[in-house]
Design a protein around this ligand. Structure first.
Ligand code: PMT
Length: 213
């Protein structure tokens, strides 16, 4: 699974990132481990320590996160993408600190790889779970993402004045599959993670039963 933000370097001391603290992803990793899973946690830079029994693979950029995911895909039954991956990175990272010479500078950004879409298109496709953080029409966008990224499940958090999941110990999640939706409500990330892992385990076993019948 992935968690945390990515850091897209502009020069050795600056970069582009976001407010993901890693708390949601680390809580999911701990809950999955508690449920008996063997967990690889591929994480962007956070201030958190790895949950007990979880293998932490520390990365910085989306490219590094992608490489770590590609490295582990063959031994993965379930993939959960909780990371807030930067969609774009600077076209060039300067080797030395950018100097303040000009009044105005233009930053050229290029698209980052979509890790989740790569996983769900893989020939040994694991059961694939995505996250979505949206400010407007979260359920509509999440249903569209479930289909466009070919996911088994998506967990949606609404980013609003009442619920800002970035950095908070609380969150509010709705879990969506192609056939049903369940509102897990607003509670601690630890509790939500345990319930989410329960839903993932149930759906994963259902899919296995269908494939084997
Ligand atoms: O870390 P916290 O402070 O606890 O905050 C938790 C969270 C808000 C970061 C988390 O709950 C969450 O919602 N993570 C997904 C954030 C997001 O903005 O996702 P997205 O809509 O950009 O991407 C959708 C999905 O595609 C995600 O599963 C993401 O991991 C994945 N993705 C996105 C872009 C990309 N290049 N590669 C990806 O794999």
């Amino acid at each position: 699974m992935t968690a945390g933000p990515t850091w897209e370097a502009l020069d050795p001391v600056r970069g582009l990132s976001n407010h993901s603290s890693g708390k949601m992803g680390y809580a999911v990793a701990a809950a999955a481990r508690k449920a008996g899973a063997d967990v690889d946690l591929i994480s962007g830079p956070t201030a958190l320590s790895a949950p007990s029994g979880v293998r932490l693979i520390a990365v910085r950029s989306a490219d590094e996160m992608m490489a770590a995911v590609q490295n582990g895909i063959d031994r993965c039954d379930i993939f959960i993408g909780v990371a807030a991956v930067a969609d774009y990175r600077p076209a060039h990272a300067e080797e030395s600190k950018i100097k303040k010479n000009d009044e105005r500078v233009t930053l050229e950004l290029v698209r980052n790889p979509d890790i989740l879409s790569w996983v769900s298109a893989h020939h040994k496709r694991p059961f694939t779970v995505g996250f979505a953080a949206e400010t407007n029409n979260p359920l509509e966008y999440a249903r569209a993402k479930l289909a466009s990224k070919n996911l088994d499940l998506i967990a949606v958090n609404h980013v609003s004045n009442q619920n800002n999941p970035f950095g908070s110990d609380q969150n509010q999640l709705v879990v969506i599959s192609a056939t049903d939706e369940s509102d897990l409500g607003r509670k601690s990330k630890t509790q939500l993670a345990a319930e989410l892992v329960g839903v993932i385990a149930r759906k994963f076993h259902e899919r296995h039963k269908t494939q084997n019948s």
